[in-house]
Design a protein around this ligand. Structure first.
Ligand SMILES: [Zn+2]
Ligand SMILES: [Zn+2]
Length: 531
């Protein structure tokens, strides 16, 4: 999520989310922290969504709940995917406004131009803001595929036109700035798929992202050519593809598709299953097949699984577990390590150089990607002629001021992340995550101490544990813990009627006990029950 402010009005560029990794115990989603926007609710003028990927529009349901009247601009497919997502949130009535690549729009103080770009989802765009201090161009996620499946390449003439008129500040996708060369065209994948399909004997299963409409189109085309019908499996796949088809982004005949219920009755050599789970997500269709737990689809010797997808950093072990599971079920696995079944959606270094030379911006801020990618992209900008003092590497929380055609860093604010856990948004913070981390590593010990109304201890304390030691072996250790605790409470004079003192005694006595006996430091939870 980025914001651009002109005359006190704010336009947002993308409202995305990110997914938790191993240290985010129990967290479902991670949202940007828009505290700063909350301080000026009337200042938010609109949101422009560059394309339909989760990391660019996934936080909208949460954002629109707080800012219900902010209009959302996007292309047809982007808005269709947003609308499908918002269907699960009937309390939100979004103000979705369709724009087309090539269009120019006036709204409030904003004069916005949309430029079509290629990416791993159709209908992506870059966005140019004409401001009183110069043109700001944000690339969105993009690459320069010269032979895209839909015949809609990144609009280089339009970019050149903007460049001729003068772009002051460019913000551009850095994801592949460290990768040399060019990303091959998406259309190359079709050839590989045909080769694989031609030689395949049993059932064919292809996994890719449920938003990668062009990849799915190529799978459908190769399937039809090989005399097979396709079946969409997995919630997001089964949801998105009919939507993409309805609005003209995906093309197939009704007769080319079979429903999941009909797959078991269909000859194994007559079907291609297109499913979710390319990242080894635990409950996705492919992971269930790999574990032999999918209710309708079982694999057998001679089946082929094509993983037409990338390995997103952090997902390696889950993906490798899936691949091993697929082999155990008897399937052959074709992945990007052994065949051309995937190309990236982000421009590589030489494409970025090309892009910079077309746009010729006088200032540059690299965006999207890890810090090292931003640095690599900053280097590319300098190499292609952007003055070094006008290349600013920024991180979350940085602001950039554009005045009289030059940029400088503005005031920094404390950036944050908002965790979503179940129904809770923002109620789990870093302190809770640290506690969850400790619980997961050391377990918990609960001590129940009964007191009278003067906080005098009136019964033997009882001690329980979970996750510290194996249950069957806990009996003696817990009895001994209770004894040690009783002695400590006696020695401390039962806290002299002060419940806080009793709690402290419980924590230190049991903490020491577990450490001496097991070398572990479980979370100690003293519970005082007044009877
Ligand atoms: Zn993207
Ligand atoms: Zn992205």
């Amino acid at each position: 999520m980025a914001s651009i402010e002109v005359d006190g009005r704010i336009a947002l560029i993308d409202v995305g989310l990110t997914f938790p990794d191993a240290e985010h115990f129990g967290i479902d989603l991670i949202l940007p922290d828009w505290r700063r926007l909350r301080e000026r609710p009337d200042g938010v003028h609109c949101a422009v969504i560059t394309h339909g990927h989760e990391d660019h529009m996934g936080a909208l349901p949460f954002f629109l709940r707080e800012f219900p009247s902010v209009p959302v601009y996007g292309t047809k497919l982007t808005l269709a995917l947003i609308a499908a997502k918002l269907e699960e949130h009937p309390d939100i009535t979004p103000d979705l406004r369709e724009v087309e690549a090539g269009e120019r729009l006036q709204t409030g103080p904003f004069d916005i131009e949309f430029v079509g770009v290629t990416h791993s989802i159709p209908d992506g765009m870059a966005v140019a803001f004409h401001t009183p201090h110069g043109v700001v161009l944000h690339s969105g996620d993009f690459k320069l595929d010269q032979t895209p499946i839909d015949g809609r390449p990144t609009d280089l003439p339009h970019l050149a036109q903007l460049g001729d008129a003068g772009v002051t500040l460019l913000l551009a996708d850095s994801t592949n700035a460290e990768t040399p060369g060019h990303v091959p065209s998406e259309s190359r994948i079709g050839r590989t798929l045909r080769e694989v399909f031609e030689g395949a004997q049993g059932r064919l299963i292809v996994t890719t992202f449920a938003s990668h409409v062009h990849r799915v189109q190529q799978v459908i085309d190769a399937s039809v050519e090989a005399g097979r019908k396709v079946c969409f499996v997995g919630r997001s796949m089964a949801r998105n593809m009919p939507i993409a088809r309805d609005i003209g982004y995906l093309h197939y005949d009704d007769g080319d598709v079979v429903e999941l219920e009909e797959v078991t009755g269909t000859d194994r050599e007559r079907v291609v299953i297109i499913c979710t789970g390319s990242q080894g997500e635990p409950y996705a269709a492919l992971s269930l097949m790999a574990a032999g737990q999918h209710r309708q689809i079982s694999l057998q010797e001679g089946d082929t699984v094509v993983m037409a997808s990338s390995v997103i950093p952090g997902n390696e072990s889950a993906i490798y577990r899936t691949i091993n599971g697929l082999y155990r079920q008897g399937a052959q696995v074709v992945h990007r390590g052994i065949a051309d079944v995937h190309v990236s959606g982000h421009a590589a270094a030489d494409e970025l150089k090309f892009f910079h030379n077309i746009v010729r911006a006088s200032a540059f801020v690299p965006v999207h990607g890890e810090y090292r990618h931003l640095l690599a992209h900053a280097r590319i900008a300098r190499e292609t002629g952007t003055p070094p003092d006008q290349v600013l590497v920024c991180e979350d929380g940085d602001t950039v001021i554009l005045a009289n055609g030059r940029v400088r860093k503005g005031e920094r604010f404390e950036p944050g992340r908002v965790y979503v856990d179940g129904l809770g948004v923002g109620d789990v913070g870093n302190a809770v995550l640290r506690e969850r981390g400790k619980l997961s590593e050391e377990g918990i010990c609960v001590a129940v101490v009964q007191t009278d109304q003067h906080s005098r201890i009136i019964d033997e304390p009882r001690v329980f544990q979970q996750g510290v030691i194996y249950e069957r072996e806990q009996g003696d250790l817990l009895d001994e813990a209770a004894k040690v605790l009783r002695e400590a409470l006696d020695a401390a004079g039962h806290g002299d009627g002060d419940p806080a003192a009793v709690r402290r005694t419980v924590s230190s006595a049991l903490g020491r006990y577990w450490h001496d006996r097991t070398g572990r430091r479980p979370v100690i939870l003293p519970i005082l029950v007044e009877v």
